[in-house]
Design a protein around this ligand. Structure first.
Ligand SMILES: C[S@@+](CC[C@H](N)C(=O)[O-])C[C@H]1O[C@@H](n2cnc3c(N)ncnc32)[C@H](O)[C@@H]1O
Length: 235
């Protein structure tokens, strides 16, 4: 992100046009890296962990028996939750990249865990519905428009199950002031657009806002490049 001096008008969502094939090629390349956070293309181990901590903090785990993590990469979130001592009997991870799913399968995770290598949006609907659906950092580079990807997430959610997702926020004040430019290598979304799509999919938002992944702080939406949404599906 280059530092600029000129002013810019407030931004609308900025989509990167990339097919699922392109997404798979980029994450396959990342899968050759050494650490989980690098394979997921996070800037640091800590920033990945802090996203997991936010999920841990917000989700009501008492109500979760079945969980789908979409864009699960190497299964690092499941591993984090195991270490935190949270037991979820049935967990399912889906990721478009087979090499990442192979690594996820090699992890020694608790309980009944299944991983699928597939594009979430093209995955045949087997009718299974989950108490919790998570998708951390996937929407911005998923090969689909947000309405299609979020629709696929919400389809698989039981009412009144919980959804937790994080993605990239184009309304960050550094962008709207024109001091920085959004990285064109992935999509950036307007907060209201994502909130609206979740609403159309019968999600009542319980908590949302901005999140600082480096310092693990919840802030106003315009104070971060990362935003999060936690909600439940209406009956
Ligand atoms: C930024 S990484 C995040 C990984 C993990 N959620 C985490 O927080 O560490 C995004 C992951 O989503 C996967 N992905 C992208 N588009 C997908 C799609 N349409 N269906 C399934 N997985 C997808 C990528 O292969 C990648 O592993």
């Amino acid at each position: 992100m280059a530092v600029k001096e000129k002013k810019q008008t407030p931004a609308k969502s900025q989509y990167r046009d990339i097919s699922i094939k392109g997404v798979i090629a980029e994450y396959r390349e990342a899968s050759l890296k050494k650490n989980d956070y690098e394979k997921a293309k996070w800037s640091s181990h800590q920033s990945m962990l802090n996203r997991f901590k936010l999920c841990h903090l917000l989700v009501d785990w008492q109500r979760v028996n079945t969980w789908l993590d979409a864009g699960c990469s190497t299964g690092a979130l499941f591993e984090y939750v195991d270490k935190a001592g949270i037991a979820v009997p049935y967990r399912f991870g889906v990721d478009a990249v087979n090499d990442l799913i192979k690594e996820a399968r090699s992890k020694n995770l608790a309980g009944h865990v299944k991983f699928f290598a597939d594009d979430l949006v093209s995955l045949a609907d087997d009718g299974q519905r989950f108490d919790l659906v998570t998708s951390i950092g996937t929407l911005q580079q998923c090969g689909h428009r947000p309405a299609d990807f979020i629709g696929a997430l919400c389809l698989r959610l039981k009412a009144p199950g919980q959804i937790f997702l994080t993605t990239k926020n184009i309304g960050w004040c550094e962008f709207t002031s024109g001091r920085l430019d959004p990285d064109p290598h992935h999509s950036w979304f307007d907060f209201n657009e994502i909130e609206g799509i979740l609403g159309e999919n019968h999600i009542s938002i319980k908590r949302s806002g901005g999140f600082l992944p480096q310092t693990n702080k919840i802030v106003a939406a315009n104070e971060s490049h990362t935003m999060f949404f936690w909600g439940t599906k209406r009956e």
